[in-house]
Write a new protein. Sequence first.
Lengths: 52, 243, 218
Amino acid sequence: MMPDLGKYAAEVLSAYGVSLALIFGLIWLSLARARRVKAELAEVEGRRQKNG
Amino acid sequence: MASFWEYANPLKFMRTTERVLPFITFAAVVCFVGGLIWGFFFTPDDYRQGSTVKIFYIHVPSAMMAINIWVMMLVTSLIWIVRRHHVSALAARAAAPIGAVMTLVALITGAIWGQPMWGTWWAWDPRLTSFLILFLFYLGYMALWAAIDDDDTAADLTAVLCLVGSVFALLSRYAVNFWNQGLHQAASLSLDKEENVADVFWYPALVCIAGFVLLFVALVIIRTNTEIRARRMRALMARERQA
Amino acid sequence: MSALLIRDLRLAMRAGGGFGLGLSFFLIVVVLIPFGVGPETALLSKIAPGVLWVAALLACLLSLDRIFALDFEDGSLDLLATSPLPLEGVAAVKALAHWLTTGLPLVLAAPVLGLLMSLPMAGFGPIVLSLLLGTPALSVIGAFGAALTVGIKRGGLLLSLLVLPLYVPTLIFGAEVARRGAEGQDYMTPLLMLAGISAAALALLPFASAAVLRVNLR
């Protein structure tokens, strides 16, 4: 059920598309980095525990 | 009631925020998705702007966030300078990229809206110009963080830059106002806002604003915790190398 | 303090750095503009004030990284920090030296380059006046940026990114004075604003620069 966007459909859709792409890109980057750093830290901590 | 400053302890901060994070994330998703769906699918067109009025459900919240995130960075920078809490400095660092993206979103949606409405992608209108300058400030701030290896030095320098930058950003705002009035008196490109926003547009916009705010809070928590972990990791690695 | 100033000035002269370089850069930018936009006199005289201001600003930017970098590398900045001279004073003197070797020559050269850009007769006074009042602000703001990036290797590009947004208000008011002057309008308001920015920057920014230098020397 697409609403009728009239003659400005391209503008509205591209505005939503670009914005959502940017925001989701930011979210994805944040989450990916959070996961990576968390794993790396766990590894370093683990190494520290082993070596005393 | 525990003191607010307890959260300056990175571990305490991480434990508490990770406990509330699921709720905030949930609320953010509900408001963000709900508000945008409401705005996109279930609002009428404006009689003059047609369906482009729907762009404002993204444009207005992102523009608000762009400014408010800078203010938040200013406050956390001040706390870092005065009380030397690492969490505060790292929160400012975590917020900057979000602010930059919000500024970019506001600029792009504004340009796309301006094309059919003003007949141009870009005009050197005071408001547009100040946002572009704000974007440059975000870029400089992030670049300075990225350029310095030592954490405390970077935190200090960026905090001072944020302070000085705030003064100059404010100054630029007024300078730009003055400059454009000087250039062309007659052309006034104001976005007619509060006075004639009807409730049908206003309520979904409010939900969207709440969604953006909550999204920002959730992202800042995630990113701040990442920065805390990254900092701890660097410290551990340095210790390992010494041993 | 005056000994430091004289030492800095002498170094700038001898190293052949800031002194001639900024000035030649100013000249080159102004010469390039007509190649870019065409030799039409009417157009050139219309954009002349703005072009002169932007070119002066870029020329100023060029020599900023020399303000503290050399002294930081050879350790004389550490000596200055432990000397009885307050670091705020050092920052101010360094900015002054930068202005004397870069800003002032630009002010003096501006009328000559105004001729090249076919600046209207009425514009010569205002452009010199506005540059005279504005370039000190450019120097102190630039000194702050230089202090921020002093510890960073190859910080030149970062320095420009940090300093250019800070230059916006000065540029706007300065160029506005020059433009209004060239068009024969009253330019008192932007002139006062420009003077205000310069005065405030001169009074406050050395403290920020000194704070930042202390962090970098830690």
